[in-house]
Design a protein around this ligand. Structure first.
Ligand SMILES: *Cc1c(COP(=O)(O)O)cnc(C)c1O
Length: 369
């Protein structure tokens, strides 16, 4: 049995007619840039996130960049985030000219250790960017309390967590602004790059609309220096179709996670922990295990694709030597990078496939015992 890490084919085949029709409508209308489907999607996505506003942009990275710019964060400013996230979280901070300052993760949740944030704050600190990594919401209440005390902005990196809930509320409305990615493999994925920004603040929403469209409200009249970062109309049309099924797809991911939890009985592994009163959406199902690299090889022989998210913490990437963090700066992040493995996870995964993965994992552990 072959088990892909992510399989986009099945989802397309399941909804082919609807998706094809939505894309073709854009070709027929030729409304490629900011066509009506973009605004429709923004309305639908804001409703889904339970926020007042959603603004479609070109990618999750741009969503973060524009969020930082909307809050006037730039050169000389520091922004707190984690070193175990996709590189884009840190890149966005660098791209606006600010400096990323890392805080280690909580060893149970893989998300920012809220007890360590205050030590990283200084007069240059402007914002905290908690990442809802793997689809698990970060512990937002303590973050909000710290932000309030030190007058910092909170920008959620919700790129892996479309639909996740924290104390009953959807991610996307838990800080000042939130960034989402529609990279094809995300829980809500487009058929190319795409992203969105959500906020409950009307002034920020208006500024973000200017920022994503050359700073113009009226064509050729530029109020501020903006970007060209609009959500493509074809992508918006695809996303409008897919958004209807997101809740069901997330429910399936949660079911798969439960099945993994039941079937993974081996002692020498650590399964995901769910923070109380959160509803994670399992963008990834990550466990910790000894001999991780050997397991990856073993899986490859059995035609099981697994991943590592992420193999090299950001502070140890060549791109970030300038920050001057030595090895050992963030012990949890660094230890986990050696032990974590992401098992196959997508909504169309079958019970047979999950059983096969778990059986092979047990066989591997017997073979090394
Ligand atoms: C995917 C991702 C991004 C970047 O999104 P793109 O659409 O690929 O630019 C940023 N942060 C996190 C945590 C992500 O997973």
């Amino acid at each position: 049995m072959k088990v892909n890490f992510v399989d986009l084919q099945k989802q397309y085949q399941d909804h082919k007619q609807e998706l094809d029709a939505a894309a073709l409508e854009v070709f027929t209308k030729c409304n490629f840039i900011l066509g009506n489907q973009v605004e429709e999607f923004e309305t639908n996505f804001a409703a889904f996130c339970e926020t007042a506003h959603a603004i479609g942009v070109a990618s999750g990275t741009d969503a973060l960049v524009l969020a930082l710019k909307a809050l006037d964060i730039g050169p000389g400013d520091e922004v707190i985030t984690v070193p175990n996230t996709y590189i884009a979280t840190a890149l966005a901070i660098s791209l606006v000219g600010a400096t990323p300052v890392f805080v280690d993760i909580n060893p149970q949740t893989y998300n920012i250790d809220t007890n360590k944030i205050e030590a990283a704050i200084n007069p240059r600190t402007k914002a905290i960017v908690p990442v809802h990594l793997y689809g698990q919401p970060a512990d937002m209440d303590p973050i909000a309390a710290i932000a309030k005390e030190y007058k910092l902005y909170v920008i959620e990196d919700a790129c892996q967590a479309h639909g996740a809930r924290y104390k009953g509320k959807r991610v996307g409305g838990l800080g000042d602004i939130a960034a989402f990615s529609f990279y094809p493999g995300k829980n809500l994925g487009a058929y190319g790059d795409g992203g969105a920004i959500t906020t409950n603040n009307m002034k920020l929403a208006e500024k973000l609309k200017l920022l994503r469209n050359y700073g113009q409200k009226v064509k050729y009249h530029h109020l501020i220096k903006g970007h060209n970062s609009r959500l493509d109309t074809v992508q918006a049309a695809i996303l409008n179709v897919k958004l209807k099924y997101l809740e069901e797809w997330n429910r399936k991911r949660r079911e798969h996670a439960l099945k993994y939890k039941r079937l993974l009985k081996e002692k020498n592994l650590v399964k995901p922990y769910e923070l109380p009163s959160t509803e994670p959406v399992y963008h990834l199902y990550v466990i910790q295990i000894a001999k991780r690299n050997e397991l990856l090889k073993y899986f490859a022989e059995k035609e099981i694709s697994a991943g590592i998210h992420y193999p090299v913490p950001i502070h140890l990437q060549p791109a970030y030597t300038e920050l001057g963090y030595a090895r050992g700066s963030f012990p949890h992040t660094e230890t986990y990078a050696e032990k974590i493995i992401s098992l196959p996870m997508f909504s169309e995964l079958t019970d047979d496939q999950i059983e096969f993965v778990c059986n092979e994992l047990a066989n591997f552990q017997k073979s090394i015992a």
